[in-house]
Structures are given as C-alpha cells and as structure tokens.
Ligand binder design. Structure first.
Ligand SMILES: [Zn+2]
Length: 122
C-alpha cells in the first residue's frame, strides 16, 4: 500500500517522455554536444543491484550506429538488441519479451539507418 502511494506521487513516465529523452540525446549527439550520462562509478554501483532500462532498442549491428552513443545514453539506460539489418526472429523476440515482461520496459524502438549494407543485398 505504501509503495503504491509512493508511485502515485512520482511524475508520470510516459512513452512520449521517454521518446523525447531519446530524441534530445540524439540531438546532442548529432550536434557534437553529447554529455555521456550515466557513466559514473556511482552509476556502475547502482546498476550492479539490477537493471531498469527505460527503452528497448532493436538496432542494426552496423558499427556506425551504436544506440547508446547515437542517443547519448549510458549504462543501464537501454536494453539493446542488435542484428544485421534489424532482422528479428524467435531469439530476438524472446529478448524483447524478457525486457517488457520482466524488466517492465515501457517503450520499444526499432532503429533503422541510412546506407545499411544488408539492405543492399536484399
Ligand atoms: Zn544496417
């Protein structure tokens, strides 16, 4: 009961506010103003107790598009699933389900990119 009241007093975290956080991070990255959040020793100790990422990102394995860097996020912020060309099969879906069901991640982002090498082969 106490924990429910505590949660009700916290600001609402919506999918839109999380998406806005990612877009702001991408804006910082694309304008060379990355702040590299959540990389401190304190953060490492915090996430050693458990992970609470705020978004699942399904991304290409292309070395030019690492989600943590292009969204200017840090340790424990994103649950990332990377495959060449964003191809998603049973194993990848299982990872998404784990993040949503067990980690309660509220937002799933599928991140495409320009000049994907795999798309030229298909
Ligand atoms: Zn690609």
């Amino acid at each position: 009961m106490v924990s429910c009241q505590h949660k009700m007093n916290q600001p609402a975290v919506t999918e839109n506010s999380i998406l806005e956080k990612l877009l702001q991070g991408n804006n910082r990255f694309s304008t060379a103003h990355s702040i590299h959040p959540d990389e401190s020793r304190q953060r490492i100790h915090e996430i050693a107790k458990g992970q609470h990422p705020f978004a699942v990102v399904i991304s290409c394995s292309d070395s030019r598009v690492p989600p943590e860097l292009i969204f200017d996020q840090g340790l424990g912020d994103l649950f990332v699933i990377r495959t060449a060309g964003n191809l998603v099969g049973g194993l990848e879906i299982g990872s998404v389900e784990y993040a949503v069901e067990h980690l309660q991640v509220p937002l799933i982002v599928v991140l495409g990119h320009e000049q994907c090498g795999l798309s030229k082969l298909l």
